[in-house]
Design a binder for this molecule. Sequence first.
Ligand code: F0G
Length: 393
Amino acid sequence: MNEWLQCVTCAKRFAIDEIRYTCDCGGLLSVERVAPSILPATFDQRRSSRKTIDQSGVWRFREAVLNVDEASIVTHPEGSTRLYERDGIYFKHEGENPTGSFKDRGMTVAVTQAKRLGARAIACASTGNTSASLAAYAAQSGLRAIVFVPSGKISAGKLAQTLAYGATCLQVRGDFDAAMRLVREACDRLGIYLVNSINPFRIEGQKTIVWELLQDLEWNAPDWIVVPAGNLGNTSAFGKALVEARRAGWIDRMPRLAAIQASGANPFFRSFGEHFATRHRVTAETVASAIRIGDPVSYDKAVAAIRATNGIVGEVTDDELMAAKREIDRMGVGCEPASATTLAGVRKLGLTGRIVCVLTGHVLKDTDAAMKNVAADQIKEIDPAIAAVEAAL
Ligand code: F0G
């Protein structure tokens, strides 16, 4: 017996697979084991000798991200997220980043660059995730954080998170696109460093999502990489990452990008349908507040990304993306609504082969949306009596 349950009061032992929670004496049980052969001290030492920048899934690739003195890097660290395989599809979970979204990958680079440039304040327009990430990295590096959000249109959790890290929040009476126009003007006029994905350093960091997932797959390129598309920074970054990986010989064939929009916020999808002859702008409305964007700033780069990868652009309805979210949540993986456009897109477009869906945000980012997906018989209020439990179950 090298693992067992042990009473913390009388030290009596029970088999590890016995279904019990307390000892006969009423004492609490603890899992105990024969000391593992690797001494904890040795183990810790090996871990802590690794540099923080090597733990970062962004700065591991630093030669191809930003040529910068190591000491000046502002890193949480971030990245090094997991790749899950569920029902034959891979999910790269960028919600596992420090602030719960992929934005940290770009923010570490943009904030490092902001410090190099001597900026004192940084700003962005945001549907909530960029602002939370900006606020966290600004707090870490001593920069003033100013965020512009569409008033009343971002999730409560994202707003709370942004404020908790100490940012000044300007709630713009208008949509994201209005906030985006305003922050660009404000940064020009007031000398604030802009860290939306229009900032090229953000893109350099976000490339590592693709490199890391390729590395997770031992550099065997998948057939499809599926990404939610809003302001189009990530689509752009993925295209650049794939072109560079191919050029460097890290992969021997090009995966295809599938960028998926919500049908109520689908300007890129509309343009794709016309072979990008026209750039569309729409008034955006979707339950997926992260991608409620009608005039994406990185349009031109994203067009190049789709072309370079023989990619496609799809759209899914709110019902379809919420159904896909329910599937992802019920796998025990979980994500926010915008991220679920990926699986919804896979289904709708009938994609086949080896597929990686990039989940961009954590399930807790939007609890209002999560509660909308709860089945009626899943949650009940009861009296504290065993009869009530029996009746409810
Ligand atoms: N998924 C999530 C969870 C997002 O927060 C965003 C964008 C996207 C997908 C779309 O990525 O803009 O690069 O095409 N969120 C931005 C923000 C707009 O302000 O947090 P994109």
